[in-house]
Design a protein around this ligand. Structure first.
Ligand code: SF4
Length: 191
């Protein structure tokens, strides 16, 4: 595409933290909304978005205004997770809205700032997801219509990837022919 910078847009929740980080390290700016599901919120309690991280202190500020410093760290699925908590929980008047345990704990991936900058970028570009939908959803709908109401013909990931690539190539060729015409396309290919 002859671009120095790339922005990658994906549908809500289609990411892993490590993949977002790999994008950033490769100079690609990812934009993907985070899932809105939260067990705590569903049960009427504060969820993580109600806690504000204070990088200067490496601590969270909780909804009661208490500081929750880092208590411990653990490794889960190869990711380092820091655990934060306030010692004020047992006497807190908001505890019933916060936790069913004696102490509320907040978990933070060591590279969680990647997810936080992702959310800030999305907040600055509220139109991004609408543009993504308008740009790519119809393409997949068209491809599906061309393929018909059936499954992929091939089996196993490498073969299915090849089949899909051929569909995408055919789609792109038809689009270019429609937009610039067959002759200019042939000239561009020969050049
Ligand atoms: S229970 Fe603990 S973490 Fe929750 S609001 Fe109260 S002090 Fe803050």
């Amino acid at each position: 595409m002859d671009q120095d910078t790339l922005i990658a847009l994906a549908d809500r929740g289609y990411y892993k933290g490590e993949e977002l980080r790999a994008c950033e390290q490769a100079g690609i700016t990812p934009l993907v909304p985070q899932p809105l599901t939260s067990n705590s919120k569903a049960k009427g309690r504060f969820d993580k978005r109600d806690f504000r991280y204070e990088a200067d202190h490496d601590a969270y500020q909780c909804p009661a205004g208490e500081r929750a410093p880092r208590r411990m760290s653990t490794i889960e699925d190869g990711m380092t997770i820091h655990v934060y908590g306030s010692s004020a929980c047992p006497a807190c008047p908001l505890r019933s809205q916060c936790t069913t345990e004696r102490y509320r704990r907040i978990r933070r991936w060591e590279h969680e700032s990647t997810l936080e900058s992702l959310q800030s970028r999305l907040d600055e570009r509220p139109e991004a997801m609408r543009v993504r939908r308008q740009t790519v959803e119809h393409t997949f709908g068209t491809l599906k219509a061309w393929m018909g109401a059936t499954h992929f013909l091939m089996r196993t990931l490498p073969k299915v990837a090849t089949e899909m690539s051929l569909h995408v190539l055919a789609y792109n060729m038809k689009r270019v022919m429609k937009i610039i015409g067959v002759r200019p396309l042939m000239q561009a290919i020969m050049a």
